[in-house]
Ligand binder design. Structure first.
Ligand code: PRP
Ligand code: ZN
Length: 299
């Protein structure tokens, strides 16, 4: 296969981001054939193949043009950027989009019995982490001296093993902290998934497909919370009902055959529609309420 004719996108092999990454690509229309434990999945209907790798390797794969694109957490990207900066190098990957998944935070967490009195309590302590560069910058910014214990994983058990006094690790649902009786005390970085691309100029064909993919991703992100809502209402109730429709500017008003005082209202709501909203709409006179998911949108 010609390198100029197929995009290669790096995705986390197995972990928090894998399913969501594949989901957004499938919503963009990509169909892949993937055998279990395969390193590469070939796009069947688009010139785009997926490479499954460790998330920590994604920034370098994209930077070194092994892959054209990558979906990776800002946490991993930021760590790599700072690590390179410390060696006098400049990171080359470009962020194309921030996506609405993989949200988590890098936080400091202390074990039971740790007397946390604020950031000052960090002085002279040993902090275990897999994000030494981000942590080092944070400590420097706050003029704090502490020892960074760099680990490659299982950070949450470091205090129990006596290897550290506290930890600095990713928190998503918080269940890892709870399971290890650790208490989150300070957030040092907010993260979500970003789409990155290689700094290398690609073939015209590939550049065009990246543009198309971005348009589709924007469409997918737009419809995620959007709902199509339909209802009947007395004309007199329209002003109130328009106020109640969440995030919709111009509803379509359609006359109802045989009942001059009533209309049908159709609207795309760019926010989720909750039961409370439906109840308020009903209270304002609406009837025959119907809420449908929006699958695709192109403006
Ligand atoms: C992070 C972190 C914790 C877990 C926290 O690992 O190291 O183990 O997620 O999630 P929780 O708050 O929902 O329990 P990650 O998924 O990034 O895996 P990796 O560090 O092996 O890449
Ligand atoms: Zn990782």
């Amino acid at each position: 296969m010609d390198k100029d004719l197929r995009l290669k996108l790096a995705v986390q092999k197995s972990g928090r981001l894998t399913d969501h990454s594949l989901d957004i690509l499938s919503r963009c229309g990509l169909k892949i054939s993937r055998g279990k434990d395969q390193l590469i999945a070939v796009g069947e209907n688009l010139p785009l193949d997926i490479l499954f790798v460790r998330d920590d390797d994604i920034p370098d794969l994209v930077q070194e043009d092994v892959c054209d694109l990558g979906l990776v957490g800002l946490n991993v990207l930021e760590e790599r950027r700072l690590e390179m900066a410390a060696r006098g190098q400049q990171a080359q990957f470009q962020i194309l989009r921030s996506l609405d998944f993989g949200r988590c935070r890098l936080s400091l967490a202390v074990p039971e019995g740790f007397d946390w009195q604020g950031l000052q309590s960090l002085r002279g302590k040993r902090i275990a982490t897999t994000y030494p560069a981000v942590l080092a910058r944070y400590l420097a910014e706050h003029s704090l001296q502490a020892e960074i214990v760099t680990l490659s994983g299982a950070v949450e058990i470091a205090p129990r093993l006596g290897r550290a006094d506290l930890i600095c690790d990713l928190v998503s649902s918080g269940s890892t902290l709870v399971a290890n009786r650790l208490r989150e005390v300070e957030t040092i970085l907010q993260s979500q998934v970003v789409l990155i691309r290689t700094p290398v100029k690609l073939s015209e064909f590939k550049e065009q497909w990246i543009t198309r993919l971005l348009l589709r991703i924007d469409g997918v992100e737009q419809v995620k919370e959007s709902k199509y809502i339909m209802l009947h209402a007395p004309r007199s109730a329209l002003p109130r009902i328009r106020e109640l429709l969440p995030g919709s500017e111009f509803p379509t008003i359609i006359p109802l055959e045989g009942s001059p005082d009533k209309v049908a209202v159709h609207a795309v709501c760019r926010e989720n529609v909750f039961w409370e909203t439906l109840e308020s709409l009903k209270g304002a006179g609406a009837s025959a309420l119907l809420v449908l998911p929006v699958e695709k949108m192109l403006s």
